[in-house]
Ligand binder design. Structure first.
Ligand code: GDP
Ligand code: MG
Length: 455
């Protein structure tokens, strides 16, 4: 395999920056651009050692640098690796990288270092995916959960399920193939127990996916409601800013305003929309209403705001019904004055939980946040539990659960052992695709496609 190189640190000016070289010729290539003050060669240096010196191209000295040496297989990629750390000016880093490429390295593609780590058995596919999630983690829970995945929490859970299925399948196959030998038949109860337990474990993983995704990726949230109910005031109250203009003139917010807020465990990308109303003649407001509808359709969570001080309108009723197909919290605002709204009617129209607040006076916001966390399932999130972090992993588990369910049905209907085994084999196959043991080249390429260069 070729020797690859890339800038591994941010593409911006900083105190230090690192160029990473990995592959068969990493040590000799590094020697040709780096001279240690001690006169030692990188090729003669054992792994886990650092040399201080100058990085240069030909006679031209580029910068002072430290070269860190890793020897195969004890490196991130499993290959020989040299990391040259110099001053983190973008020009300097590009200049050093050019020298390294001129000395014979190839520019690394996005994710190529991690891909090599996977191909060399340093990590499985789900752990490689965790590397990307860890880099983009935006909060403590996301960091803890992805580091846990990188340490193999998900892989261990998946492998344990796969192994239990494999033992069962082997047992049954032996019993079918060698009926004359003294292989005791696996009892239906044992078989059912294994299948039921594996199915429960996998289903639990699936159940945690949405909450995990909310914590890892944040949640697109639309604040909707007819004009003047207090949507902009709510956005300002939750974000602690005065981003949105608040007036008593209906139709003040015409475009979609966004603000990112951390609410309990999760990050909400709040979009304050123009009030959705059907009877406006204002051209700009009409466009705002269309954008509000788009935002509503796209949102993972909807905060549907109502005005406690005025009775329900037909527009309200329409919106409440629309929200029934969404993850939604009905927010009854302006509870600081006389209540004109019939909460019973709302409850009869809606299947969403209701929060009563006064956005203007910042009352009831903690309760609203609790309800939001409840709806998203993030309240009791346990970052130490195994977590599915990508759609790809989720698809594999979904298929495996289906396969195990089919196997269970087959056992219950008294269908022959080899038919049951076909289903179990499919489940094992899908779990092996998840960890990458049996993933096709296309799947592997797809996983690494979105990685950044230098990782
Ligand atoms: P939007 O059109 O839904 O964005 O509504 P705004 O946030 O612009 O608010 C409309 C009007 O309602 C403004 O005059 C706000 O001061 C007022 N308002 C917002 N929240 C409350 C509240 O909790 N209590 C009361 N009494 N008035 C509020
Ligand atoms: Mg507004």
């Amino acid at each position: 395999m070729s020797t690859i190189a890339a800038i591994a640190t941010a593409q911006a000016s900083s105190g230090l920056g690192t160029i990473k070289i990995s592959g068969e010729n990493a040590l000799t290539i590094a020697d040709s651009v780096f001279s240690a003050v001690s006169g030692k060669k990188i090729c003669d240096t054992p792994g886990y050692r650092a040399l201080y010196g100058k990085v240069h191209e030909g006679e031209t000295v580029i910068d002072d640098a430290v070269a860190l040496v890793f020897r195969a297989p004890k490196s991130y990629t499993g290959e020989d690796v040299v990391e040259i750390s110099c001053h983190g000016g973008l020009y300097i880093l590009k200049r050093v990288l050019r020298a390294v490429l001129n000395a014979g390295a190839e520019p690394a593609e996005g994710g190529e270092f991690t891909k090599r780590a996977f191909l060399n058995g340093k990590m499985d596919l789900s752990e490689a995916e965790a590397v990307m999630s860890l880099i983009s983690a935006s909060g403590e829970e996301a960091r803890a959960a992805t580091l846990n995945a990188l340490d193999g929490a998900l892989s261990n859970e998946i492998n344990a399920c796969r192994d239990r299925l494999a033992v069962t399948a082997a047992f049954m196959a032996a019993w079918v193939d060698y009926p004359d030998d003294e292989i005791p038949e696996l009892s239906d109860t044992e078989l059912l127990t294994t299948l039921t337990e594996v199915k429960a474990t996998l289903t639990k993983l699936l159940d945690g996916f949405d909450a995990g995704k909310a914590i890892l990726d944040g949640v697109d949230t639309a604040i909707v409601g007819r004009p003047n109910v207090g949507k902009s005031t709510l956005l300002n109250a939750l974000s602690g800013t005065d981003r949105a203009i608040v007036t008593s003139v209906a139709g003040t917010t015409r475009d979609v305003l966004e603000e990112t807020v951390k609410v309990g465990n999760v990050t909400l990308r709040l979009a304050d929309t123009a009030g959705i109303r059907t009877d406006t003649d204002d051209e700009i407001e009409k466009i705002g209403v269309i954008r509000a509808r788009e935002r509503f359709d796209r949102a993972t969570l909807v905060l549907m705001v109502l005005d406690a001080q005025s009775p329900l309108t037909d527009d309200d009723r329409e919106l409440i019904k629309m929200c029934n197909s969404k993850n939604c919290v009905i927010v009854i605002n302006k509870t600081d004055g006389e209540i004109a709204l019939c909460i019973e009617e709302i409850k009869s129209l809606s299947n969403s939980p209701v929060a009563e607040i006064s956005a203007k006076n910042h009352l009831g916001l903690d309760n609203l946040i609790e309800i939001v966390e409840d709806v998203l399932g993030t309240a009791g999130f346990d970052p130490s539990a195994p977590l599915i972090t990508t759609e790809r992993q989720r698809n594999c588990v979904l298929k495996a659960v289906d396969n195990v369910a089919e196997a269970l049905d087959a056992v219950n209907m008294g269908i022959t052992a080899d038919a049951v085994n076909v289903c179990i084999d499919c489940a094992i196959e899908n779990l092996s695709i998840l960890t990458g043991e049996k993933a096709t080249q296309t799947v592997v390429d797809e996983v690494f496609k979105n990685f950044c260069v230098g990782k």
